[in-house]
Design a protein around this ligand. Structure first.
Ligand code: FEO
Length: 400
C-alpha cells in the first residue's frame, strides 16, 4: 500500500467504498480522512465503520496510531464518524476539536461526555507545531455542526462534505483524471445534497473570498482532492449557488398506458423545433438524482403524469416530494398528462410548481384517454409555447 501524500507530512488515510446500493443513484464513494504529521499528530475526520480496515492500514503504514495527539471533527455523520469509539479508544486523543453543535452531536451519537472535547469557533486557531489550523464555522452546510479546518502554512482547506463528490476511484487528485469527472461528481453532489442551502453557500463563498486565505488545495471528505484546480470547483459552486442555468428543458414523466408518454415525446419535439435543447427523462429509467443533476443547470422543467386515484402516478409523487425538498430556484415549468375523468394529476403538479415558486407557463395540457392526431399537434404546439417562454425567461442570480 503506497502512502498518499497531499503535501510534506500530510496524508490521505481514507477508504474507498464500491458497495453502494443502486437506490443511491451513484456507484460508489470515498470517505476521506487526513493525517497531519507535526509536533501534534492530528487526524482530520474518520471513515464509515464498515471501511475502518482500510483506514487503519493506511494510518499504520505511516505512524503508530497511538502517536496521534489531536482529532479534528469537521462534521458528525456516520459516513465520517461511525468508527469514533474505536478511534478514540485506540489513539486516546489529548483533544478533540469540534464545533459546539459538533460536541452535542458526538455525545448524542456515542453517549460519552467524558471524551476530551475542545469546542472551537470561527477564527480560532491552534498550533500543531510547525503548522497552524484555523477553524471556519459553516453552520448548516450541510448540518448544524459543519465546519472547515484550514491548514494555513500549506494552504489546504479541509472542507468536509462541501466540494465533495460521490465517486469511487483509484485516483485521489483532480489532476489525475479529466477535470470533467470530478466536476460532474460535484454537480450531482450539489444538486442532491446542497441545492436547498444555496443562499448559505453564497454567503460562505463570500466569507472565504473576504478572508483571502490564499488557499492552494481543497480537501473534501468525499471524492477527488482539488489539488490543481480549486478555482474550478469554487467557480462551479458560485454558479450553482446563483442557480445560473442554460436554456434547456427537461421533460420528466411517467406513464400508465403510454398516453402520457406519447404526449411527452410530442411536447419534446415541439420544444426542439424552437431550438431549445430538450432531454426526455422517463421516471421508469432515470434516477431522481440524475434528473436533479441535469436540472441544476437547466432552465425548464416540464412534468407529466397520468391521473391515478385522483392524483399523480406514484413515481411522480415521489419525484415531486424529492424536488420540493431541494428547492430549485430561477426556474420555469409546465405540466401535462392524460386522464380518464377528473384529471387531478396535472393540478397536483401545478401545485408543486407553485409551492416551489417555479414560474408556470400556464395551467398545463390535459388530454382525455388517448391523444388523437389533432391532440398530438396540440402537444407539439405546447412544446413551442414552452420553448418560447424559456427563451424569454432571463432571471439574474437567485435572491437569497
Ligand atoms: Fe454529511 Fe459525508 O456526511
Amino acid at each position: 500500500m503506497n502512502d498518499i501524500k497531499l503535501a510534506k507530512g500530510i496524508y490521505w488515510v481514507g477508504a474507498v467504498d464500491r458497495d453502494i446500493p443502486p437506490s443511491s443513484g451513484y456507484a460508489g464513494t470515498s470517505y476521506n480522512a487526513y493525517l497531519i504529521i507535526d509536533d501534534k499528530v492530528t487526524l482530520v475526520d474518520g471513515v464509515k465503520k464498515s471501511h475502518r480496515d482500510q483506514f487503519w492500514a493506511r494510518i499504520r503504514n505511516i505512524i503508530d496510531p497511538a502517536k496521534i495527539d489531536y482529532m479534528i471533527v469537521n462534521h458528525v455523520e456516520p459516513d465520517h464518524s461511525s468508527n469514533f469509539p474505536e478511534i478514540i479508544s485506540t489513539i486516546k486523543p489529548e483533544k478533540i476539536f469540534c464545533s459546539a453543535p459538533g460536541k452535542e452531536a458526538i455525545i448524542a451519537h456515542f453517549h460519552d461526555a467524558s471524551w476530551p472535547f475542545e469546542v472551537v469557533k470561527s477564527g480560532n486557531e491552534i498550533s500543531l507545531g510547525e503548522r497552524t489550523v484555523q477553524f471556519i464555522m459553516t453552520r448548516m452546510l450541510h448540518w448544524p455542526d459543519s465546519m472547515f479546518s484550514y491548514l494555513k502554512e500549506d494552504g489546504i482547506l479541509f472542507s468536509n462534505d462541501a466540494f465533495g463528490q460521490h465517486i469511487a476511484s483509484d485516483d485521489r487528485f483532480d489532476d489525475e483524471v479529466d477535470i470533467a469527472e470530478p466536476l460532474r461528481g460535484a454537480k450531482f453532489f450539489y444538486a442532491n445534497n446542497l441545492n436547498l442551502l444555496s443562499p448559505l453557500i453564497k454567503k460562505t463563498l463570500r466569507a472565504l473570498d473576504t478572508m483571502d486565505l490564499g488557499l492552494r488545495m481543497i480537501a473534501p471528505d468525499h471524492g477527488y482532492i482539488w489539488r490543481s484546480h480549486p478555482d474550478k470547483i469554487l467557480e462551479a459552486y458560485a454558479e450553482w449557488s446563483c442557480q445560473k442555468h442554460s436554456k434547456k428543458a427537461l421533460v420528466v414523466y411517467d406513464t400508465k398506458w403510454k398516453s402520457t408518454e406519447i404526449m411527452a415525446h410530442a411536447i419534446a419535439q415541439g420544444i426542439e423545433e424552437k431550438n431549445v435543447p430538450v432531454q426526455l427523462c422517463s421516471l421508469k429509467t432515470w434516477h431522481r438524482g440524475a434528473i436533479m443533476e441535469e436540472f441544476l443547470t437547466a432552465s425548464t422543467i416540464v412534468m407529466g403524469s397520468p391521473t391515478i386515484n385522483n392524483g399523480v402516478i406514484p413515481s411522480m409523487a415521489a419525484f415531486l416530494h424529492y424536488i420540493t425538498g431541494l428547492k430549485p430556484k430561477n426556474k420555469i415549468g409546465a405540466s401535462f398528462g392524460s386522464y380518464g375523468w377528473g384529471g387531478e394529476g396535472v393540478r397536483q403538479i401545478n401545485s408543486t410548481l407553485d409551492d416551489l415558486k417555479i414560474t408556470r407557463v400556464d395551467d398545463g395540457l390535459r388530454i382525455k384517454f388517448v391523444p388523437d392526431e389533432a391532440q398530438l399537434k396540440d402537444c407539439v404546439e405546447y412544446g413551442h409555447k414552452i420553448a418560447e417562454a424559456t427563451l424569454a425567461f432571463n432571471p439574474g442570480c437567485a435572491k437569497d
